[in-house]
Design a binder for this molecule. Structure first.
Ligand code: C2E
Ligand code: MG
Ligand code: MG
Ligand code: MG
Length: 290
């Protein structure tokens, strides 16, 4: 009987693997279709200056409202996009839409001070010869200044000594586009990587921010990252700030920027626009005599 049961289990396992594979293939097909139809859109999460709480920019985050399943989390569709290569089109679609959105806010006179745009770029982008030219063309078309653009990168694939990667990095640097290292402290981020990219900022992963006020060791780690970034002339962005306690602590240690549910979740374009407008009004108030 034991043998029989094992065989049954193996069968069940095979069936569920098959189902998972089918689901993934289906998701990939749907994603390809969604990209073709222009069904993926950015939401915008505010980045705030820790010192005074002012809005300094947004991170564009991909959102997909599936026609049958409803909203699907990036945690689910980004890995599928990475594995299938669809991430190239996805990243570019999000970046193009975000640039166009900034251009529209600019044209409508809503931006009193220029806001930065952070956009996630898969490391795969850097292996394509047309990546930097794509960025340049998009900026030229939408009129956004290169120095307001922060490309966020997570993986270390980019460390590969490839001529294409080197050429892209040089071209982006010549344009004035900044590179930020996302989820710093997790995965394969290393000091060699920081140097190779000539990154201008580190984004402290949410898992470290979480530990502020919870664990002495976590706080020491954040302090160490800040110290290192300062020594290297880089800025630090704390991700995933959820509590007032974390915010106060980050201000005390001199963290530059913060992002998290404490200020705002990622916002749909219209809600982000309302925030842009309000920030502009506050800036005007601050400069005019009472
Ligand atoms: P990420 O780039 O590190 O973005 C931050 C993620 O943390 C976002 O998740 C954001 O909604 C979430 N977050 C922000 N503040 C808080 C907080 O206070 N608490 C908690 N619990 N979460 C917070 P999201 O939008 O689900 O995106 C997940 C990841 O998917 C992103 O992590 C990024 O790696 C990837 N991603 C999203 N859009 C794109 C894209 O257009 N291209 C690429 N290549 N990757 C993308
Ligand atoms: Mg990011
Ligand atoms: Mg991150
Ligand atoms: Mg992440």
């Amino acid at each position: 009987h034991a043998k029989r049961r094992t065989r049954d289990k193996v069968e069940v396992f095979k069936v569920s693997m098959h189902t998972a594979l089918l689901a993934r293939t289906e998701l990939e097909d749907d994603l390809r279709q969604a990209l073709r139809n222009g069904d993926l859109h950015p939401h915008y999460q505010p980045l705030v200056r820790v010192q005074d709480g002012h809005l300094v920019g947004f991170e564009a985050l991909a959102r997909w409202n599936h026609p049958e399943r409803g909203p699907i989390s990036p945690a689910e569709f980004i890995p599928v996009a990475e594995d299938s290569g669809l991430i190239i089109d996805l990243d570019r679609a999000i970046f193009e839409q975000a640039c166009a959105q900034y251009q529209q806010w600019q044209a409508a006179g809503l931006m009193s001070a220029p806001l930065t745009l952070s956009s996630n770029a898969s490391a795969r982008q850097f292996l394509l010869p047309d990546f930097a030219p794509f960025v340049q063309a998009t900026l030229a078309r939408t009129g956004l200044s290169a120095n307001l653009v922060h490309l966020e990168i997570t993986e270390s694939l980019i460390l590969e000594q490839s001529h294409v990667v080197t050429a892209n990095l040089a071209a982006l640097q010549a344009l004035g586009v900044h590179l930020h290292i996302d989820d710093f402290g997790t995965g394969y981020s290393s000091l060699a990587y920081v140097q190779r990219l000539a990154a201008s900022a580190l984004k402290i992963d949410r898992s470290f921010t979480n530990r502020i006020g919870q664990a002495e060791a976590g706080e020491e780690l954040v302090r160490a990252i800040l110290g290192m970034a300062r020594a290297l002339g880089m800025h630090v962005v704390a991700e995933g700030v959820e509590t007032d306690e974390q915010w106060v602590w980050l201000r005390e240690v001199g963290c530059d920027l913060a992002q998290g549910f404490h200020f705002s979740r990622p916002l749909a374009a219209l809600d982000a626009e309302a925030l842009v407008q309000r920030a502009a009004l506050e800036a005007v108030k601050a400069f005019s005599p009472a």
